[in-house]
Design a protein around this ligand. Structure first.
Ligand code: AMP
Length: 284
């Protein structure tokens, strides 16, 4: 069932809670693909009732980012989510989420601001304010749905670590379940933004996965010097690629690694034909 209204979600949740049912929330921005599908499946396996939110959250986009052109495919999203067993698809408008006519800035809205250490690196460096917007909307979704479990993809590894930190720091009563990255047959991590890529773009985008796999293979052969591992990336890059970062951090707390070890998470962000793509791999 599709609803656009917070109050309707709350009514369902109240009833489900009275029946003692366990509720799961899968937050998404829509344009659902098999990556989102894996989260929904896991939620259906784990919970009695599953809510999938579909909301292109304006406050997590910067002024020069792709908010307006972000793909919106609600009808297909409802079909996919319901087909996998979701009970409720919550697709609010921005006015419904933030109040009608509300100016979306932290002069007028209460924001969740994650710690500087966690946001001043990786994606947060180029996307200033992005994780404030993410944490704010995710906390609102947790509060609206009163979910027992929240499902997030490892694809957005920094996001998952920051949401874990928020849940821990603010004692939010929810259990987070991280789900592995889903890729297409060629190895490309599924993303709603892959829709922006033409055939050549998809080919060029494979460099991200190749770089990460190659780094892992070198690590497994005994190379743990990060500069040497980073060097191996260049053979996969050409003029179609604009590398934003390739970083080695601790998989639990995002601390920079000085040498690679089993707890290392390697993250990459790269523009391919001007489409910003991210991917990551754990070395263990
Ligand atoms: P998005 O709609 O891009 O905001 O993503 C919603 C959720 O789906 C996030 O928790 C993402 O990490 C997750 N997700 C997106 N793509 C994938 C993927 N390829 N594999 C696993 N999870 C994904």
């Amino acid at each position: 069932m599709l609803t656009h209204k917070i109050n309707e979600v709350k009514e369902h949740v109240k009833k489900w809670k009275q029946e003692g049912l366990k509720i799961g929330i899968v937050p998404t921005m829509g344009a659902l693909h098999a990556g989102h599908g894996s989260l929904i499946k896991k939620a259906v396996e784990t919970c009695d009732r599953v809510i999938v939110s579909v909301f292109v959250n304006p406050i997590q986009f910067g002024p020069s980012e792709d908010f307006d052109k972000y793909p919106r495919t609600l009808e297909a999203d409802v079909k996919l989510a319901e087909g996998l067993g979701a009970d409720l698809i919550f697709a609010p408008s921005a006015d419904e989420m933030y109040g009608e006519g509300q100016r979306l800035s932290n002069d007028t809205l209460t924001y969740v601001v994650p710690p500087f250490f966690y946001v001043n690196k990786l994606c947060g460096k180029s996307r200033v304010g992005h994780f404030d917007g993410v944490c704010t909307v995710v906390l609102k979704l947790f509060n609206i749905t009163q979910a027992d479990y929240g499902f997030f993809g490892q694809k957005d590894a920094q996001q998952l670590i920051i949401i874990r930190k928020m849940v821990n720091d603010l004692n939010i009563p929810i259990e987070l379940i991280g789900c592995p990255i889903v890729r297409d047959d060629s190895g490309l991590a599924l993303s709603s933004r892959n829709k922006y890529l033409d055939e050549k773009g998809k080919e060029d985008a494979l460099a991200l996965n190749k770089i990460l796999n190659n780094i892992k293979a070198c690590y497994n052969k005994g190379v743990n010097d990060i500069s040497a591992l980073k060097e191996t990336a260049f053979q996969f890059l050409n003029e179609a690629h604009d590398l934003e970062y390739l970083e080695f951090v601790d998989k639990d707390n995002l601390e920079d690694k000085t040498t690679a070890d089993d707890n290392t998470l390697v993250l990459i962000a790269c523009r391919v034909n001007d489409v910003r793509l991210i991917d990551n791999i754990t070395l263990k």
